[in-house]
Design a protein around this ligand. Structure first.
Ligand code: GAP
Length: 447
């Protein structure tokens, strides 16, 4: 292991440990020994996740005037997956090591000079022939567990946006170009889940299907790439860790005519963070043929009907969260210790501020701090934390570790002149501010 690799491995361990210790991400059903590669988002994790989704929705849907939101059912008519090609083509090649019987996705295994796969767990080089393994999870609807009652957990949110395309046309009368956007769960029976929340079998996607005139696809593709770049800046991802991969034809999904994978330098290697794909009219055409319904768009100006083409920016929520934790993690040597803080933008920070009474055993300080705490919430700034445990130094460290940008301390001077200290997470600088100005101070930061 090189020094650099070890450092990166250490970083991942530190992030996983911080995430668990501070209530961001817990192993799922841990009291029963857990469920491999399933994770629960704790009180701070759910705030962070919701903040990511809210920011995405604002940026890609609400602030624009060409977007239509959707929240479709997760279980869809199984004919959807026949038409979309997922039942036939959504599979990975699976191989099994003949020595230790571990199973792997063939495409991620390293090969030796003789082109033999090498088993990462035992070093064996004898494998079974690759077998196609469909990644869709299935279950039965209703009491009968037979073929006729099989339904699939959607492997992408995208299909509902094609299947509901006609409903959006009929109800909203949108004009091209326009998009349909959705945030929601997707499920894949991944062969090799792992790397914390990077690859799981249950995850969330934030997807847009952007419908365009066919001859405009190249410009629109570039435009959406630029929007994704803006998004990554907005959310605070480390730009130096981001790169762009033009996916070659033989590696693209069955529906795609061009794909760019946006990759992020995770501590475990450079991996796909997001995808941008030109899906042509593959999906609308397939659903039109399979359903017998006309899904064409009528262009009034040109007086012609046609199937729009699609550009698809597809983003994973958990991968954003992980990339954000990695981007925001800071260690800083102070005289006595190493200070750890998460450099989140206030919009993403789970707590926008924390309020402390200098001493927990002085009722007049506690009362004043509680009044400030409730006053801030009433002004519309939340969630915020109230902390009176341990000394103030420890409280600062706790808030630093979870990325709280500002801490306000009620001290003895507050009782005299109605001012509190405000301490900045990144600089650790403190200044005094009038109590009545605190809500306004935070509201300005949140703008
Ligand atoms: N509709 C297109 C689509 O689903 P994808 O590249 O398979 O394309 C899009 O998935 C995004 O969803 C990925 O870039 C990633 O952010 C996220 N994603 C995919 N599989 C995932 C998994 N097993 N665990 C966590 N996130 C995943």
């Amino acid at each position: 292991m090189t020094k650099e690799n070890k450092k990166e491995g250490d970083l991942m361990d530190k992030i996983v440990s911080l995430a668990k210790r501070r209530g961001f991400v817990f192993p799922s059903s841990e009291i029963y020994g857990g469920l491999a590669n399933a994770w629960d988002f704790g009180p701070l994790g759910v705030e962070l996740k919701n903040n990511i989704k809210k920011l995405w929705w604002e940026f890609f849907v609400q602030k624009r005037d060409d977007m239509y939101g959707l929240d479709a059912a997760l279980l869809m008519n199984p004919k959807t997956w026949v038409a979309s090609g997922h039942l036939r083509g959504f599979s990975d090649a699976l191989v099994e090591c003949k020595k230790c019987h571990e199973r792997y996705r063939a495409d991620i295994l390293e090969k030796d000079k003789k082109e033999n796969y090498i088993c990462p767990s035992c070093g064996g080089i004898e494998f079974t022939e690759p077998k196609q393994f469909n990644l869709m999870l299935k279950t039965f609807l209703g009491p009968a567990e037979d073929e006729a009652h099989i339904v699939y957990f959607r492997p992408e949110t995208a299909q509902a946006m094609f299947v509901d395309f006609k409903q959006i046309l009929d109800t909203m009368s949108p004009k091209l170009p326009f998009g349909i956007a959705q945030v929601g769960k997707a499920f894949r029976n991944e062969i090799t889940p792992g790397n914390f929340v990077f690859r799981t079998r249950e995850f969330e996607q934030m997807e847009i299907e952007y419908f365009i005139k066919p001859n405009e696809w190249e410009d629109r593709f570039e435009y959406w790439l630029s929007q994704m770049k803006e998004w990554m800046k907005l959310v605070g991802l480390d730009e130096s860790k981001i790169s762009y991969l033009e996916v070659p034809e033989h590696e693209r999904a069955h529906y795609s005519k061009r794909t760019i994978d946006i990759e992020f330098e995770f501590p475990f290697g450079k991996k796909e963070l997001y995808g941008l794909a030109y899906r042509g009219d593959f999906d609308l055409k397939s659903h039109q043929e399979a359903s017998g319904q006309n899904l064409e768009y009528f262009d009034e100006k040109a007086s012609e009907k046609f199937l729009p083409h699609v550009i698809e920016p597809s983003l994973g929520v958990e991968r954003t969260l992980l990339a954000l934790l990695i981007s925001a993690y800071r260690e800083e040597k102070t005289e006595k210790e190493t200070r750890v803080y998460l450099d989140f933008d206030i919009k993403l920070a789970p707590y926008k501020a924390a309020i402390f009474p200098l001493m927990a055993n002085k009722p007049e300080l506690v009362k004043k701090a509680q009044d400030l705490f409730h006053g801030i919430k009433k002004s519309g700034v939340y969630p915020i934390a109230f902390d009176d445990g341990g000394n103030v130094g420890k409280r600062y460290r706790r808030q630093d570790e979870i990325g709280t940008p500002y801490c306000f301390t009620v001290d003895f001077q507050t009782l005299e002149d109605d001012t509190v200290t405000v301490r900045d997470r990144n600089t650790m600088n403190q200044e005094r501010i009038e109590v009545e100005r605190v809500p306004e101070f935070l509201l300005n930061k949140l703008k």
